[in-house]
Design a protein around this ligand. Structure first.
Ligand code: ZN
Ligand code: ZN
Ligand code: FE
Length: 752
């Protein structure tokens, strides 16, 4: 006979771990107890040594799918003579580092019940169990118990309570457990806030959708706007009302088979679509398609997701075709979460509202992913992923990093885990800024952490920077934007040695006050050196230029050729004289080394996108034009200057202009430009290796969302015998910035 005290650390709460332990202990005839602690789970087992050994082996091997076990430690304990195995109530230790599970798509077992007419949960849209359902979006504090969630106001009926109390039941301690008798209910409303009289609100909703109505649906992390994706008129109405002219809308399709008929799917894309995270996956469209062009105009890709709540599943059960399913907000606002807010903000957009009475505590947008070869590249890491930590290979005092301004996320670094928040959005928007503050409060509260350092971007005017400045009594650190991008890719790959960082980005504040974004940084989490950068070019009128790539094209043209610049066809579309004036007189022109802006300039010069409706549109559409990278790259020059290597942009502009004058097609121009960047980046890396001896290359920055570029560059670097670090867990765009900031902050603290 033996007794062992076992402590487990990882994502083990709210994922069916205690019932699993309970059953395992019974199978091996062990007595003792299991309990949630703020640091994870604590177990004591007593029984025959052989049985305890078996128990420990299976603990690791057979744990429920959502568990992430980080460490197990066990030690002998004096025999106690327990006669039963018990699940004891949670006790709250002083420093919670327990991990909260993200929201999980409905499991197969729950689906079977929902569609079984004999089951008491037949067509019940809030069905869930320990393996599935809402988590992060309903949790107010730890430890994770019903009272700490937005289910606290629903008292379980005797049947639900019996399930909850029965260790052999799939719903044992399933905190959001509910049924039609005791749980949340849906209501369908018309846009003037009167309820639609019906006994079957979901069937009624499906009917209205089929008639072309726009319905605001309350989901897991917020409201969506849903409309038929197969009716041009309906989609156009939604776009008009939402003030979203061109940005692609995501669709939700009933099942994987439908996705297969609409898009080309690799095995990896299928796995991603059907994963319990259920992200939006960007996929190549098939033709002809029942999905109308207005869903993603001039776009060969479609953002597709599968239903992830019972509510979605039941709607599709009423024979709905694919639906546009887009975050319910006006452009740039964060997703809407509560009923009153939805009625207020969406009254002029939605024809109907399908609401329910389970509150969403934290708003969470859908995540967006692409696949590159067999790898996943996150573009937006949110629902299903947050707040799962990114494990890092260092430890130290807690740090809060507040991220950038656009695509903002924040990061709380605690011990060896970085809690990167859900996507918050553009902080210039008031609601997004409020969400930013709430998220910081929530993260520091649930993890009971007082950060010793707050890390911000070097940009003095970012809203996140201003917030950081307002915090008193805590150390602050400003980190250069592209150093943070570099640190983000190092952090998620658990690399701490110096590397060659190819950081190709849109906009970031440089240490010299210029706008950086085409940078080769040599560095690690502690420091960096700007090894090379793109030539500074004039950005006329700042943000106005970013919205109108043709202005950047004109500016680069004038810088390259002077006042007698060639009159290319794209100029005919614009009243360009006033902008030319700014550039020639060098008024309100900001120097930039941005690679993203070079993309904009070349795309517009070549006759591609002239003005944009969403961030990165010019570069994205230019990428879609690429046919093959087996084309002759444009000429470019690397120059050694007093401050390091410089990529001269003017020779590229000259070569592009020559090709345009030779009548080359937009497709060929786009292909040649991408081929140029691949060749250039490999050469920059080689040069850096020759100078430093480093063989590790890290890719980060918004430009590396470009699938075509990454697909060609990574193998090219490998052929040149580099080891390449890329993003797989956090986005290469500013959504990943806070992770890098956090790690740089820790390094600073640890160095004293
Ligand atoms: Zn389930
Ligand atoms: Zn019930
Ligand atoms: Fe950036």
């Amino acid at each position: 006979m033996q007794r062992k005290h076992i402590t487990i650390d990882g994502i083990v709460q709210g994922v069916g771990f205690r019932p699993f332990i309970y059953n395992l202990a019974h199978q091996h005839h062990l007595t003792g107890y299991v309990t949630n602690t703020s640091t994870g789970v604590e177990i004591e087992v007593e029984g025959r040594a052989q049985a305890i050994r078996q128990f420990q082996i299976r603990l690791n091997k057979d744990a429920p799918p959502l568990c992430v076990i980080r460490t197990i430690s066990s030690q002998g304990s004096p025999l106690n003579g327990d006669t039963t195995f018990q699940i004891r109530p949670s006790h709250h230790a002083t420093t919670p580092t327990t991990l909260i599970a993200p929201d999980v798509a409905t499991c197969e077992a729950c689906l079977e019940e929902i569609f079984d007419p004999q089951n008491r949960r037949y067509l019940y849209p809030f069905t869930n169990c320990t393996n599935c359902g809402p988590r992060f979006t309903i949790i107010k504090q730890l430890p994770y118990d019903r009272a700490a969630t937005s289910m606290a106001s629903f008292t379980m009926c005797p049947e639900c309570q019996a399930e909850y109390d029965d260790p052999h039941n799939r719903r044992f301690h399933a905190q959001p457990n509910a049924c039609p008798t005791c749980g949340p209910m849906v209501t369908l409303w018309s846009s003037n806030q009167t309820p639609v009289t019906t006994t079957e609100p979901l069937r009624e909703t499906a009917k209205r959708l089929k008639e072309g109505a726009i319905v605001a649906l309350k989901g897991l992390g917020g409201f969506h706007l849903a409309v038929l994706a197969t009716e041009a008129k309906a989609v156009r109405r939604l776009r008009e009302r939402k003030h979203r002219e061109e940005k692609p809308l995501a669709i939700m399709v009933p099942d994987l088979a439908t996705a297969q008929t609409l898009c080309d799917l690799t095995l990896e894309a299928e796995q991603l679509l059907t994963s319990w995270q259920r992200p939006i996956v960007l996929l190549r469209k098939k033709h002809p398609s029942p999905i109308v062009e207005a869903v993603a105009p001039d776009n060969p890709r479609l953002g597709v997701m599968l239903p992830y709540t019972p509510l979605h599943q039941i709607l599709f059960h009423y024979q709905l075709p694919p639906l546009v399913m887009t975050s319910a907000n006006l452009t740039e606002e964060p997703i809407c979460v509560n009923n009153a807010e939805a009625f207020h903000r969406l009254q002029h957009i939605a024809d109907y509202f399908l609401t329910h009475d389970r509150d969403i505590y934290l708003r969470t947008d859908d995540s967006v992913m692409i696949t590159i070869g067999k790898q996943v590249l996150p573009l937006r890491r949110s629902r299903g992923y947050a707040p799962q930590p990114i494990f890092v290979n260092s430890t130290g005092p807690p740090v809060l990093a507040v991220g950038g301004e656009l695509k903002n996320t924040v990061c709380l670094l605690k011990d060896d885990r970085a809690f990167l928040s859900q996507h918050i959005g553009d902080l210039a928007n008031q609601e997004a800024y409020a969400a930013f503050q709430k998220t910081i409060t929530h993260l520091t509260q649930v993890f009971e952490t007082v950060p010793e350092l707050i890390v911000q971007d070097l940009h003095p005017d970012y809203f996140s920077t201003r917030w950081a400045r307002e915090q008193t009594g805590v150390r602050r650190l400003a980190v250069q934007h592209h150093h943070a991008h570099l640190a983000a890719v190092l952090a998620e790959n658990q690399v701490s040695e110096p590397v060659i960082g190819l950081i190709m980005d849109g906009t970031g504040y440089g240490t010299d006050g210029a706008i950086w974004g085409g940078e080769v940084l040599i560095g690690d989490l502690g420091e960096f050196q700007r090894y090379a950068h793109f030539e500074y070019m004039p950005l006329p009128g700042g943000d106005a230029a970013i919205r109108a790539p043709w202005r950047i094209a004109l500016s680069y043209l004038i810088r390259t050729f002077g006042e007698d610049f060639p009159q290319l066809p794209f100029l005919k579309q614009h009243n360009w004289a006033p902008v030319a004036e700014l550039v020639t007189r060098n008024v309100r022109c900001y120097p930039t080394s941005s690679c993203g802006r070079l993309f904009d300039a070349v795309a517009a010069l070549c006759g591609g996108r002239q003005t944009i409706h969403y961030e990165g549109q010019a570069a994205i559409e230019f990428m879609y034009r690429v046919q093959s990278l087996k084309v002759r790259p444009f000429a470019y020059e690397l120059e050694q200057t007093a401050t390091g290597w410089q990529l001269s942009v003017q020779p590229i502009i000259r070569a592009v202009v020559r090709a345009i004058q030779n009548g080359e097609s937009l497709e060929r121009l786009a292909s040649r430009f991408h081929a140029t960047l691949v060749k250039l980046f490999v050469e920059l890396a080689r040069q850096a290796r020759a100078d430093t001896g480093l063989k590790l290359v890290a890719l980060s920055g918004g430009v590396f969302q470009n699938q075509v570029l990454v697909e060609a560059l990574v193998p090219a670097l490998k052929r040149a015998r580099f080891t390449v670090l890329v993003h797989r867990k956090v986005p290469p765009n500013d959504g990943g910035l806070a992770l890098g900031q956090g790690l740089i902050g820790r390094q600073t603290l640890n160095q004293g």
